[in-house]
Every structure is written in C-alpha cells, then in structure tokens.
Design a protein around this ligand. Structure first.
Ligand code: SF4
Ligand code: F3S
Ligand code: FES
Length: 248
C-alpha cells in the first residue's frame, strides 16, 4: 500500500541553505533514494543527488538520514513509521557542492599518500605464494566501497576541519593495515600510518565500524592491530637496536 511520505531535504550550496518540506507519494518496499528520485522527477527538478548503482555497491549515495550516516539506496522506508518525517541532509564532514552532493576529494588526496603495493620478487618458478589465511584477511578489507561514511562520522574530523591535514581517517587506516599485513608487501607502513596519517589521533570510539555498510570491522581488525604493530616496532629491543645501528 502506498502512502504520502513527509520529507525534509536540505537545499542549498556552498553559500548556505535550509531544510525544505515536501510530501512525496511512495510505495511499499521502496528505499529513501526512490523517494528522492520521485521528488526530483515531480517537484524539484534541480535537486542535486549523487547515485549510481542503487545496489549498495558504488558508494555514491551517502547522506545523513534522520541524522544517521547511511546509504540512501540501502535504507528502506519501512524502517520508519509512516507518520514520521524523514530528514535527508548531505554528509557533514565534507564541503557541500549542491543540495545532497558533497565534495569528497579530501579522500582522494589521502589515497594518494598511501604508498602503492610493492611486492617482493617472485619465487624461482616465477610465482608468488601466500597463505589462504592472509588472502581471507585482505578480502575483508577489500570489501570497502568507498562510501566514506566512516570518514564522515569520525569525530576527529567531523567538527574539526583543522585536523584534516594530519588525519587520513578510518578508510585509509584500513588500507594501511591491508598492505602492512600483506605477506608479499615489502614496505613498512607502520611509522607512516602513525605519524603522517595520524593513526595516533584515533581514540578507538568505533563510530566508523558502526556505520560501515559493508560491515567491515574497521576498528577491531584494522585500526587496533595496526596500533599494536606500531607499538611492537617501537618497543621491540631488536627493532630498536637495528634502527640505531642503521641510522649511523
Ligand atoms: Fe564505507 Fe566501510 Fe569503506 Fe568506510 S570502510 S568507506 S564505511 S565501505
Ligand atoms: Fe575515528 Fe574510528 Fe578511530 S571513528 S576515532 S577512526 S575508531
Ligand atoms: Fe550505489 Fe547507493 S547508489 S551505493
């Protein structure tokens, strides 16, 4: 059974904006992105919204729905009471371009700072080998769809623009961890993650893990192990001695 949905949608641009009220006819089984598309098609033709797959896989349709960072295409209207007003606002941590579309280029700049995978030479038969357990660990990290909801929710940058230069954010701690734990990678990324990427600024609030639509255990499986690896390097007497000798 269809019904009339009350929506509040943020309209504006870099110079400012406000919430606008709409009533949108919706059908059973629809998601928030369906309602936004109908609104765009029937009442607000110039409403800016970024989306692509409508299947939770491209990471484009991130927004805040009733204050919670979500993918619009994966948020069913049936999660809400039919009398409830659904408020959709752009993600808060990145600058607005127009309406629900934000400029997420911060994330692409941070991606450039992560050194690329640098594998050791292959075995004598020309093949590279790794254990299945290592393959599986990496696969969890590679489920990331780059929706940047984890980046958006992390309190280190959410209301602290001044922290952005020094903090890569949870999505990239995931990338550092994936590469550092990769048995064939030759780079030691621990110091880089700690100092240049700001791993030490993360105080393990786990908000990033809570919002991840791919259910990646960002904090438990990437951030905490990465922090432990940094500490191991710092306090391992052999590593310490080695770093002293080679510095001379
Ligand atoms: Fe999105 Fe999860 Fe990837 Fe963060 S780690 S960008 S929340 S998919
Ligand atoms: Fe931020 Fe996640 Fe750490 S939300 S503080 S990166 S645990
Ligand atoms: Fe692709 Fe929502 S449209 S994740």
């Amino acid at each position: 059974m269809g019904y009339d949905l009350s929506m509040r949608v943020w309209r504006g641009d870099v110079d400012g904006g406000a919430l606008a009220d709409f009533t949108v006819p919706v059908e059973e089984g629809e998601v928030v992105l369906d309602a936004i598309h109908r609104l765009q098609a029937t009442q607000a033709g110039d409403l800016a919204v970024r989306w692509n797959c409508k299947a939770g896989k491209c990471g484009s349709c991130s927004a805040e729905i009733n204050g919670r960072p979500r993918l619009m295409c994966m948020t069913r209207l049936s999660e809400y009471d039919q009398n409830e007003t659904i408020t959709v606002t752009p993600v808060r941590t990145f600058p607005v371009i127009k309406d629900l579309v934000t400029d997420v280029s911060f994330n692409y700049e941070k991606a450039k700072e992560v050194p690329a995978f640098a594998p050791a030479p292959p075995d004598a038969d020309g093949k590279r080998r790794m254990a299945q357990a290592d393959v599986e660990r990496g696969q969890e990290f590679r489920k990331c769809i780059e929706c940047f909801l984890c980046q958006n929710v992390c309190h280190v940058v959410r209301d602290h623009e001044e922290n952005k230069p020094a903090f890569a954010g949870p999505r990239f701690f995931l990338r550092y961890a994936e590469l550092d734990m990769h048995p064939l990678d030759t780079n030691d990324r621990r110091q880089l993650a700690q100092s240049a990427a700001g791993l030490s600024m993360c105080n393990i609030t786990k908000c990033c893990t809570e919002v991840c639509p791919e259910h990646i255990k960002i904090t438990d499986n990437a951030i905490i192990p990465m922090k432990e690896r940094v500490v191991d390097r710092k306090y391992d007497p052999l590593v310490w001695l080695g770093s002293k000798i080679f510095r001379r």
